[in-house]
Write a protein that binds this ligand. Structure first.
Ligand code: EPU
Length: 419
């Protein structure tokens, strides 16, 4: 078990470089097996979710060369075998292997994926996509046996713009016969990154980033190179840290348009920010003059659910009552109990929370129940006087690259401990 200890109240200044997007990289790595030639992916974040996917690649027999932020993947020698449940359960993104293997071999056997426990997270839309393209899906004891005589392009209407179902349908459709149209597709930047990757391999995808994606199936996919886009959620988390306790904190290497949803809310709150071409400078100079806001999470380009929990820490410092409505996940307020233990005044009513600010936060021992809840509590620890201990931080390390090093470099007193 790992925990993070933070001696709070120390101003953060200097530069934090944002790494590659977790939610892009975790799709690009499984997608690479669709090609029979060598794939190079750069700007891969150093997070444990990537280690888990690497483990699956090696288990299947791929030849993987990994350097600090780069992966060379050669899948010529992979074998289509069942991925053990203890590996696939480590993360949500393991199910991108389900679709990549199905797309490549027309047969796959795999268990239900893992991921943060923030809601039910069914995979019915992914299975709907598989079935529409001609696959037969059997579920026995949490295991899926999926088989197709032929994969044929089709029209797939997603009931909700699911990121996972959009990517999974793409991965199966790129090598299916004929044309597939995904309607009500998710529009997240990570989907554009995945589609660009597949097109670089020779796929024919149009419309990624809009709600209608069309795919003309091709027979072969070849070698290619791709860079993972900057992680908009990591960027947003550090910008919020700067709003809480920054002194000219520069959050560098980001795409501002990807976080417009956050930046516009911070401006509305009166946070001191300057937005550059690929960076944001932020300070906590206006912390005592922040206005409360109303936020509702939505699919991109709406306010991201993944930034909702980190934002709550900032809302505890606004002057008045902020309202936050979570519309994507039914169980993404587990951070509230611990934030309240640190001194916040937050009430939960069904899908909404009401944050009464400002409240002084104090150091406590708190638990990271999931990845972004952990980020919320680390942020709270950074601004609270005393030593905060955040336990269960395996969740945090799954998604925040070198978080200890990045925060230490800008002045934070933070360390990781094995207990
Ligand atoms: N949904 C269904 N059926 C489906 C698919 C989704 O009901 O078949 C529902 C989900 O239960 C949820 C909503 O639709 O209520 C959206 O789910 P989506 O499929 O878009 O999410 P995901 O693909 O499972 C990814 C990210 C999440 C991020 C969401 C939304 C990865 C590996 N995960 O999840 O990231 O919150 O999109 O943007 O890409 C995180 O990074 O902390 C994280 C949880």
């Amino acid at each position: 078990m790992k925990q993070i200890k933070i001696e709070g109240g120390i101003k953060l200044s200097g530069t934090i470089n944002v790494g590659g997007a977790k939610n892009s990289a975790v799709a690009l790595v499984p997608a690479s097996i669709l090609s029979d030639e060598e794939i190079v992916i750069d700007n891969i974040p150093e997070i444990s979710d990537i280690d888990a996917l690497d483990e699956i690649l090696e288990y299947l027999g791929a030849n993987v060369t990994r350097t600090k932020n780069s992966m060379k993947i050669d899948s010529k020698s992979i074998v289509n075998k069942e991925i053990p449940e203890n590996i696939s359960k480590k993360l949500r993104a393991s199910y991108y292997f389900m679709s990549a293997l199905l797309g490549k071999y027309k047969h796959v056997e795999m268990y239900f994926p893992g991921g943060c426990s923030i809601g039910a997270r069914p995979i019915d839309q992914t299975l709907k996509g598989f079935r529409a393209l001609g696959a037969d899906v059997q579920e026995v004891n949490n295991k899926f046996i999926i088989d197709a005589k032929e994969l044929k392009g089709a029209n797939v209407y997603l009931d909700m713009p699911s990121v996972g179902a959009t990517i999974n349908t793409l991965l199966v459709a790129v090598k299916a016969k004929g044309k597939t149209v995904i309607e009500n597709a998710a529009k997240e930047p990570e989907i554009v990154n995945v589609a660009t990757f597949l097109n670089n391999m020779g796929a024919k995808i149009k419309g990624a980033g809009t709600s209608r994606i069309t795919i003309e199936g091709v027979e072969r996919l070849h070698k290619c190179y791709i860079e993972v886009i900057p992680d908009r959620i990591e960027a947003g988390t550090y910008i919020i840290a700067g709003a809480l306790i920054g002194e000219n904190l520069k959050v560098n290497n980001l795409i501002p348009s990807h976080i417009e949803n956050l930046l516009s809310k911070l401006k509305e709150m009166n946070v001191d920010i300057e937005v550059g071409d690929d960076y944001v400078n932020v300070s906590s100079k206006n912390i005592n003059n922040m206005k409360p806001i109303k936020v509702k999470t939505l699919g991109y380009p709406g306010f991201p659910t993944d930034l909702q929990q980190p934002l709550v820490t900032l809302l505890t410092q606004a002057n008045g009552i902020s309202t936050l409505e979570e519309t994507i996940y039914e169980n993404r307020f587990q951070n509230v109990e611990y934030l309240n233990k640190m001194g916040s005044n937050i009430d939960i009513f069904d899908k909404k929370i009401f944050i009464k600010g400002p409240t002084k936060l104090h150091a406590e021992t708190v638990k990271a129940t999931d990845l972004r809840a952990g980020a919320c509590l680390v942020l709270a620890g950074l601004m609270s006087n005393g030593v905060t201990t955040v336990t269960n931080v395996e969740h945090v390390l799954r998604g925040y690259e070198n978080i200890i090093e990045k925060l230490t470099n800008v002045g934070a007193k933070i360390k990781l401990e094995e207990i």
